[in-house]
Design a protein around this ligand. Structure first.
Ligand code: FAD
Length: 482
């Protein structure tokens, strides 16, 4: 062990095990774990990191958990505010650090920060080293035979499998060297990350941010993973892992996820449930691949024909959608669940995004922004890819003319109506037949269930049939643009 001191800059990798930046620092005598809260509007703070209220709630608790885990190993987390270059240079000077380590971020703004910090610290004579920590493979390593990026998922997934998804996992470091008492930081509470209103108070009933919380959730999901292909689309069941916020904040790594699945199910790629689950983890990689190679898609349609689409962006529709007051029960259930828990089921994300972009003709970027603010797993690559996929504007996208019918989707994926009844309690007494489209129910059916449309529950904000036709016409008008 050298008697050198290394700064380990935690970013989107809030874990101790399988953390390459930390692992490489174990050779030095002193390790100073640092988290930097960047100034509002800076590159490092963009990309869903400090952009959304739900993300900030998660970050507060995840940093608290990381500090607790570091203390349990004899270390502690130093938290400081400021531009990363300045904070790192200052801390290096205070601690006589001779190196800075971090795991790379791959979103456009994260890359910009990486480059700027690397260049500046190197110019100041401070060696820096960055590592691959958040994905199975970095996007520049998964290209087609022509050396071009993939735009279609299935060949991408095959290429990812060919690169290999069984990757070495680094151990949990224990113990860690103490951080000198003289090195000060701010308290996590003083960062003001928690929302001022009581909006997020209920999130704690659903989530346990941090490495231990990630593993608890993953282990309990593993008991059911072999049924994943059957249950993953059901809105009323707990059929998916809910690992997305833990993966986003790097509390668990995709390498660990694959390795743990494989240790339990060695033939995971041949079994329907486990294969499907691993493939979804592959979608996360695919999203990062798309945003890395096509960074303009953060704001621009990948399919430029959609630049001509006449979005309506009716403010009343946008507000009704955000508040779960559209009068379409499955949409309202999903949007209210998002508000209450900070998370939404993938099937529900597709249904509400299709309704907003197609039935309401609201620009996908407006929906994507709302998700970035309210999701605890707000993740720029996955969110951008998801919205562009549903809107039909992106890579490997659902064709524009495929418009989800929210009534049929509800009937299929919430067959007993439990999801709707839970989140839209004013409809709970309706019989199943009337629950998915109350506006078609007979007046006495509504009256018996205590439902009065326009009073206790809204009339639909759009007619599903005519709004579908309107969307198709809008697409007809743009489809011949180059
Ligand atoms: P599981 O089904 O258990 O899947 C395991 C993991 O695979 C997930 O945790 C996630 O990391 C990854 N994954 C699964 N499905 C997808 C997918 N379609 N695309 C990318 N990764 C996937 N995911 C986010 O993490 N953050 C977002 O901001 C986000 N926004 C989305 C917006 C829209 C409009 C859509 C359609 C999808 C979005 N997704 C997003 C993808 C997906 O909905 C979530 O990852 C998934 O619902 C998370 O639940 P889970 O952890 O139970 O997933």
């Amino acid at each position: 062990m050298s008697n050198a001191s290394t700064l380990v800059w935690f970013r989107q990798d809030l874990r101790l095990a399988d953390n390459p930046a930390l692992d490489a620092a174990l050779a030095s005598e002193h390790i100073i774990p640092i988290y930097i809260v960047p100034p509002e509007g800076s590159d490092e703070g963009r990309d869903g990191f400090l952009r959304g209220g739900a993300s900030r709630w998660w970050l507060h608790h995840s940093l608290t958990a990381l500090d607790r885990d570091l203390r349990a190993r004899g270390s502690r987390l130093i938290v400081r505010r400021g531009e990363p270059t300045e904070v790192l240079a200052q801390l290096a000077a205070e601690s006589d650090a001779t190196a800075v380590h971090w795991n790379r971020r791959l979103e456009p703004a994260g890359i910009a920060t990486d480059r700027a910090v690397k260049q500046s610290l190197r110019e100041q004579g401070l060696p820096v080293q960055s590592f691959a920590g958040n994905y199975l493979h970095e996007p520049w390593n998964v290209l087609n035979k022509q050396g071009a990026p993939y735009k279609v998922f299935t060949p991408y997934w095959k290429a990812l499998l060919a690169e290999g998804i069984d990757l070495p996992v680094l151990p949990d470091p224990e113990p860690l060297p103490a951080v000198d008492e003289a090195i000060a930081g701010e308290s996590i509470d003083s960062l003001g990350l928690l929302p001022g209103l009581d909006w997020a108070d209920g999130f704690a009933d659903w989530w346990a941010p941090g490495e231990a919380g990630a593993w608890d959730r993953f282990e309990s999901f593993l008991d059911d993973v072999s049924r994943y292909h059957e249950t993953r689309n059901r809105l009323d069941l707990d059929g998916t892992s809910r690992l997305s916020p833990h993966l986003h904040f790097g509390e668990i790594s995709p390498r660990q996820v694959v390795a743990r699945v494989r240790s339990e199910y060695p033939d995971a790629l041949d079994d329907k449930g486990t294969e499907h689950f691993l493939r979804e983890v592959g979608w996360r990689e695919f999203g990062a691949n798309l945003l890395y190679h096509f960074p303009q898609t953060e704001t621009d349609n990948l399919d430029a024909r959609f630049d001509h689409l006449p979005w309506r962006n009716d403010p009343d529709h946008i507000v009704a959608w955000q508040r779960g007051q559209t009068g379409i029960p499955v949409i309202d259930a999903a949007m209210r669940a998002l508000w209450a828990t900070g998370w939404m089921h993938n099937r529900a994300r597709m249904i509400v995004a299709s309704f907003l972009t197609k039935n309401c003709l609201v620009d996908w970027r407006i929906g994507a922004d709302w998700f970035m603010d309210t999701l605890v797993d707000a993740d720029l690559p996955s969110n951008t890819a998801g919205w562009q996929w549903v809107a039909g504007t992106g890579a490997d996208a659902a064709p524009y003319f495929r418009i989800f019918n929210p009534v049929l989707q509800g009937e299929k994926f919430d067959p007993d109506g439990a999801f709707i009844r839970r989140w839209v309690p004013e409809l709970a007494e309706l019989p199943d037949k009337a629950l998915f489209a109350p506006w078609e129910a007979k007046p006495d059916t509504l009256a018996r269930a205590g439902v009065s449309l326009g009073e206790t529950y809204p009339e639909p904000i759009v007619d599903l049939k005519t709004s579908r036709e309107r969307a198709l016409e809008a697409f007809q008008r743009i489809k011949d643009y180059e």
